[in-house]
Design a protein around this ligand. Structure first.
Ligand code: ADP
Ligand code: 5GP
Length: 205
């Protein structure tokens, strides 16, 4: 069995990370979504245990003390964290894992786990971000303004990612993300482990 791949997806709020990753999970086999813990309030339609695990600040801080997070960060004024068990469970089952986490979390995962594929999602214009945040229900104007302000800083990190998915036309962005995942699965370092025979003929270290 091969070890699953960590796909780390970041990008400004409203860029379409949730929409894209949900589509990917439906389309591809052998990939799951890492459910983070957060102290922010659920948006309409969000389900505890599916979209996030919604906890109080006290519960989150207790988890930090107990070293339960692979990474955690304060984003737009709320706590968010990836539990270690998501990564360990995916790895032990050989399943690929998609982490929708911010740029601070992505840096921590890179330092801590070394491997991983880093993907940045963004529309091509700032105006599109604003429109999408306004269209999405669940946040007031102050929260939306905070997210737009943070977007400019987040965009400065774009070049530290391996891939950029421009999410203007949703179907095209989904196709591109699927292509990235499929291509990464075919990298020789990984695909070679799937060969049942011929391993003695391998020609690289
Ligand atoms: P994120 O998870 O990055 O914060 P979402 O996936 O919640 O972003 O998307 C924000 C809003 O934009 C949602 O209402 C979603 O339906 C919409 N959206 C996502 N992608 C597109 C797109 N390509 N064109 C138009 N609207 C989009
Ligand atoms: P939202 O509140 O819009 O769902 O997410 C806000 C931001 O938090 C997004 O940038 C999202 O990627 C990030 N985020 C979600 N879960 C985690 C997590 O577990 N860790 C970190 N560092 N960021 C997260």
């Amino acid at each position: 069995m091969t070890q699953g791949i960590l796909f780390v997806v970041s990008g400004p709020s409203g860029s379409g990370k949730t929409t894209l990753t949900r589509r990917i999970i439906e389309m591809l086999d052998n990939v799951r979504f890492s459910v983070s813990f957060t102290t922010r309030e659920p948006r309409p339609g969000e389900v505890d245990g599916v979209d996030y695990r919604f906890v109080s600040r006290e519960e989150f801080e207790e988890m930090i003390r107990e070293n339960m997070f692979a990474e955690w960060a304060v984003v737009h004024g709320h706590f968010y964290g990836t539990p270690i068990y998501e990564i360990e469970r995916a790895r032990s089952c050989g399943v690929d894992l998609i982490l929708d986490i911010d740029i601070q979390g992505a840096k921590t995962i890179k330092e801590r786990y070394g491997s991983g594929v880093y993907i940045f999602v963004t529309p091509s214009s700032f105006e599109a971000l604003r429109e999408r945040l306004l269209k999405r229900k669940g946040e007031g104007m102050a929260e939306i303004e905070k997210r737009l302000e943070n977007a400019r800083r987040e965009m400065e990190e774009i070049c530290s990612y391996d891939y950029i998915i421009i999410n203007d036309r949703l179907d095209e962005a989904v196709e591109n993300l699927v292509s990235v995942i499929r291509a990464e699965r075919c990298r020789k370092e990984r695909a070679v482990n799937l060969l049942k025979d011929f391993k003695d003929k391998l020609c690289y270290d």
